[in-house]
Design a protein around this ligand. Structure first.
Ligand SMILES: [Zn+2]
Length: 318
């Protein structure tokens, strides 16, 4: 039900979540707009046989009594600001509380950037094409930076909301499929996956081969350092419990290659952190192990831009 908060007013005195207790319920309000809040105490949440601790937070007491439209914790207000600052209306404010995200703009500018990549020959000053090519590259790079920073703001907003439907009810996703030559609506459930949906993610990517990028949330399980034969960092996310099917155990595995070397410093020492990744993914054929008792369902992606990755800790939510 909306945003998780770490600060509130208790009897008009500002308090942090660490100072809060159940006895304060009934006397808590938003420190900005004064709407009534309640206290959700920390709890253990079981997802796929693993237990995670959910930190305590404050949230709205009633869904129909939202933060005021000018409060920074109002989801719609937050989206309105992101839309206003987004270039080329990549996030378009359709008014009446609905927003449209044009996913294809990101894929188009990624493709254009790849096409205009500056090669060594282009740096030759006698080459008359080099200047205009460099200009073109810069233009595409700037577009991509601004589109991805809008995407990152949406991912940040999702990470502080309690539930998927807090955002899926407000944002629709649009993608222009170049092969079918038509616009498609992508549902939030086909776009955004948490650990309990990795199996669905594998099926969607494997069978539908979507052209649009998708967003995966998870926890970094391990990081493999670059080697001479494979000179890239790669991350694996924690996998869910195996899915039992026809006597075999199937385990979805999400693996991401860090293709952009400039991101290496962001990645080091991040094992155990929660992340959100936004990129195009592909799936391999199921890989069997131990005489077909286990099957790995591999989903792979690669990162080329720093704004495709968001690393956060549960405690960062304000
Ligand atoms: Zn408020």
């Amino acid at each position: 039900m909306g945003r998780k908060l770490r600060t509130a007013l208790f009897n008009n005195k500002e308090i942090k979540i660490e100072e809060a207790s159940e006895g304060m319920r009934g006397n808590l309000t938003c420190h900005i707009c004064n709407v009534e809040l309640t206290y959700v105490k920390g709890y253990m949440k079981e997802i796929n046989e693993k237990t995670y601790y959910i930190y305590p937070y404050f949230r709205l007491i009633r869904k129909d009594n939202d933060h005021s439209s000018v409060c920074k914790y109002n989801t719609e207000g937050c989206l309105t600001i992101i839309a206003k600052n987004s270039s080329d209306k990549i996030l378009e404010d359709l008014k009446s509380g609905k927003f449209n995200f044009r996913l294809h703009l990101i894929s188009d500018s990624l493709r254009k950037l790849g096409k205009t990549e500056i090669k060594k020959d282009d740096l030759n000053e006698e080459n008359p094409n080099s200047k205009s090519k460099e200009k073109e590259y810069k233009k595409n790079e700037e577009k991509l930076d601004s589109y991805l920073s809008t995407m990152k703001k949406i991912m940040e907003l999702r990470s502080v909301l309690e539930e998927n439907k807090d955002i899926s009810s407000k944002v629709t996703l649009e993608f222009y499929n170049r092969f079918l030559k038509k616009k498609q609506k992508i549902t939030w459930n086909n776009f955004y996956y948490e650990i309990d949906k990795y199996g669905d993610c594998y099926s969607y990517v494997k069978h539908k081969r979507p052209q649009h990028p998708i967003c995966i949330a998870g926890k970094i399980k391990s990081i493999t350092e670059p080697k001479p034969e494979y000179d890239f960092y790669s991350l694996k996310l924690e996998s869910p419990k195996p899915i039992q099917e026809k006597g075999a155990h199937k385990i979805p595995v999400i693996e991401i290659k860090v293709q952009n070397k400039k991101m290496d410093n962001m990645i080091r020492n991040q094992v155990g952190k929660n992340i959100l990744i936004y990129c195009k993914f592909w799936a391999l054929e199921p890989q069997s192990w131990k005489e077909d008792k286990y099957y790995f369902l591999n989903v792979k992606g690669s990162l080329v831009h720093k704004n495709q990755l968001l690393i956060f800790e549960e405690k960062d939510i304000d």
